[in-house]
Write a protein that binds this ligand. Structure first.
Ligand code: IVH
Length: 696
């Protein structure tokens, strides 16, 4: 057999450990890398020996290749929340003194700018790795995580643990190998984790590094029966030390005794930022005492025991060369700034939205002006201010994203022209407050964008921007109903459309030939009518026929049509007007669609909905609008009330929930955060269960 023969059989424990390591290593080579070093017989010999010595060994239950990265969802046993953000010393002081319940010790770590990863160890072995996803559910990326050099297969202690950290690429590796491939290491790290096969243009996970910042231990009920007790430390800093001993590389940390030293550490990190091995975008502060953390708890968005201080935003200056105008799905015509190329926050920017005509006036911007571009963390760069007229010097030494020199010239200073006609269909436009609109529903820009919206709202895979444009250019689809008469010949005749993809597209389309009224209304993409509103409007109205009667009444000036909608909780006169107005200008489209597909009656009020018979009060700031949450509760049969009493079933509390929260707590009313609500509604159990070796 290749390599050494391992410890002597006389030392049974050592022999078992060695055998299971060998099996883990050679399985990975065989299944994941297709590069075996042992013959089948040699591998089977190891397997049989381990089975004879320790039949319940965990390694014997890990069979086969890890799944294709990104192909399976993983429900996080411990949700991966975000962090509350700060940019000033005052906020750090407030956190240390007010928020942290008198905590005396804090730890700080650099906030690494990469991709979050959760490593699940069972009996000390890496069994699964998952991305953060939406915080409750991520994607299985075990196969790629195993390629990361400093992610150990084995912790050397038979513990069950979920280890969290950031996957990053060192700036030196980025410069040496990937500078041409991607604008920044963060995108490379995220891409490398999720790719199914090694691909040109993406990084190899072997070039990434894992930096841990957190460890959680499953409770006794859910951990493996043979797992050893996890360490019982009082402080997080002690747990990080423990992690280091298991061979995990932990992001550097420091301990602080209060706000002053914490504020100093932001200065230290600002000075070290450039020379640090990895890209960082701030400093994370955490209460060190684990019991205090428990007391502080979480909001739906972030733990109350942590704070991320972010470096000041990246600011740069460039020149406004011109303005392009783009018509969107709802007909709004948006000005887009064409800029001389400028690096800001690690990316070269040449375009930035100017939002609407009102924004041009607010900035008093002129073509040929020098402008200030600002990019905060992940946020898209924005033109924030005008710095006066640019000079030729402002255009010197500029380089496009692809490395070629910029050769444009300084345009003469001029006030931007507001288009008098739609840039796409040349039809008439209308100025409505800060917005310029094209009201022609047959405008190509509008039809293509509406088509894309329709497909996305109905979750049709495979019909994106490119295909929508191709369908429009080729004249095959001029409006949504045309989708439903597409044939195999027509589709497979398109450029770069293989027969298999054509047939996939057709079956995706086919799956939407029958729609409930609410899905139909949402997919129409009318301004202001999202999925929740579409659901409650449909519940009230029931059928398309009834809806068309109401629209007719409304356009005849019959008040009762409006009153019918205003009686729905969460719908005001403005929304009702917008809804009827949106439908009446789309009457031809609705008519054509109702001939092409079946629009089914909406189920009436969900008497048997999952929340039926329960009352809810919603308070505090939440990640979705309060109205939207109320509507989704109602759509599931729940009842909304606006005050807290002993009869209330649930209080849904967001951040800064205030007096309603304390009242609910004193009355013993059950309090849920947003994810608790989702669980109650069953939305987080709708997907396939997570893949684990043992059922939790
Ligand atoms: S602690 C409950 N520490 O920042 C969240 N997060 O903006 C505990 N991040 O998703 C996170 N460096 O991926 C923590 N030293 C650090 C970090 C860090 C980067 C990321 C993390 C999180 C994101 C939130």
């Amino acid at each position: 057999m290749a390599g050494d023969a391992g410890p002597d059989v006389a030392d049974e424990a050592a022999r078992i450990a060695w055998l299971s390591d060998q099996i883990s290593h050679h399985s990975h080579l065989y299944y994941n890398l297709a590069a075996p070093e042992l013959s089948d017989i040699e591998f089977d010999t190891l397997w049989d020996e381990l089975k004879a010595l320790d039949p319940s060994n965990l390694q014997l239950s890990i069979v086969g290749a890890d799944v294709d990265p990104g192909s399976e969802k993983v429900v996080h046993l411990f949700p991966m929340r975000s962090l509350d953000k700060a940019t000033s010393d005052e906020e750090i002081q407030h956190f240390a003194i007010e928020t942290a319940l008198g905590a005396e010790q804090f730890l700080s770590q650099p906030k690494l700018d990469g991709s979050a990863l959760s490593l699940e160890y069972r009996l000390g072995r890496l069994v699964r790795a998952a991305t953060r996803g939406n915080g409750d559910r991520g994607e299985d990326v075990t196969r790629n995580a195993r390629r990361i050099q400093n992610v150990p297969e084995n912790l050397g202690i038979e513990v069950d643990a979920h280890i969290r950290g950031e996957v990053v690429m060192s700036l030196s590796t980025f410069e040496e190998k990937y500078r041409e491939v991607s604008p920044n290491p963060r995108n490379l790290a995220a891409g490398a984790l999720r790719q199914k096969n090694l691909e040109a243009g993406k990084a190899d996970a072997a070039d990434l590094v894992f930096q841990a910042y957190d460890v959680r231990f499953p409770s006794k009920e859910v951990r493996h029966p043979n797992a050893v007790e996890p360490p019982h430390e009082e402080n997080d800093s002690m747990l990080l030390e423990w992690l280091q001993k298991t061979g995990i590389e932990v992001a550097p940390w420091e301990v602080h005794d209060g706000a002053e030293s914490m504020c100093t550490s932001t200065l230290d990190w600002s000075a070290k930022r450039e020379s640090h091995r990895f890209e960082i975008d701030g400093v994370v502060f955490k209460v060190d005492d684990l019991r205090k953390r428990q007391l502080l708890g979480m909001t739906a968005h972030h733990p109350r025991w942590a704070l991320a201080w972010k470096f000041p935003p990246d600011i740069a200056e460039t020149v406004l060369l011109g303005i392009d105008w783009q018509t969107g799905r709802t007909g709004v015509i948006t000005p887009v700034a064409r800029l001389a190329p400028q690096m800001v926050g690690g990316v070269t920017v040449e375009n930035a939205t100017l939002h609407n005509v009102g924004e041009l006036e607010r900035l008093s911007i002129k073509i040929g002006d020098k402008v200030r571009l600002v990019r905060r963390g992940d946020v898209i760069p924005k033109v924030e201010a005008v710095m006066g007229k640019a000079t030729k010097k402002d255009l010197q030494d500029r380089i496009h994203a692809d490395g070629t020199p910029f050769t444009g010239v300084l345009p003469p200073s001029s006030v931007p022209d507001i288009p008098q006609t739609c840039p796409d269909c040349q039809g008439p436009v209308e100025l409505d407050g800060a917005f310029l609109r094209c009201n022609d529903l047959s405008c190509t820009a509008r039809t293509v964008r509406s088509l894309i919206y329709w497909c996305q709202a109905l979750e049709m895979d495979g019909i994106g921007e490119k295909l929508a444009e191709q369908l429009d250019d080729s004249g095959l689809v001029r409006s949504i109903p045309d989708l439903y008469s597409l044939t195999m010949e027509q589709l497979s005749g398109l450029d770069r459309m293989a027969e298999k993809s054509a047939s996939n597209v057709l079956s995706e389309i086919s799956a939407t030939r029958s729609l409930s009224l609410s899905r139909f209304l949402h997919a129409l993409g009318m301004p202001g009518i999202g999925p929740e509103l579409a659901a409650s409007l449909s519940q009230e109205i029931g059928t398309l026929k009834e809806l068309l009667t109401l629209v007719k009444q409304w356009s005849d000036g019959d008040e009762s049509a409006l009153n019918r909608l205003v009686s729905i909780d969460g719908v005001g006169a403005k929304v009702a007007e917008q809804f009827y107005g949106g439908l009446s200008i789309r009457s031809e489209l609705v008519d054509d669609l109702s001939k092409a597909i079946e629009i089914t009656t909406e189920g009436t009020a969900p008497v048997g909905g999952v929340l039926a018979g329960k009352s809810f009060c919603v308070t505090g700031s939440l990640s979705r609008g309060r109205k939207e949450i109320q509507l989704s509760i109602k759509a599931a049969g729940g009842k909304i009330v606006t005050s807290v009493s002993g009869n209330l079933d649930y209080l849904i509390a967001g951040e800064n929930a205030g007096s309603k929260l304390s009242k609910a707590q004193s009355l013993g009313v059950e309090v849920l955060d947003e994810s608790g609500l989702e669980k109650l509604m069953g939305s987080s159990t709708s997907d396939a269960p997570p893949r684990t070796l043992f059922d939790y």
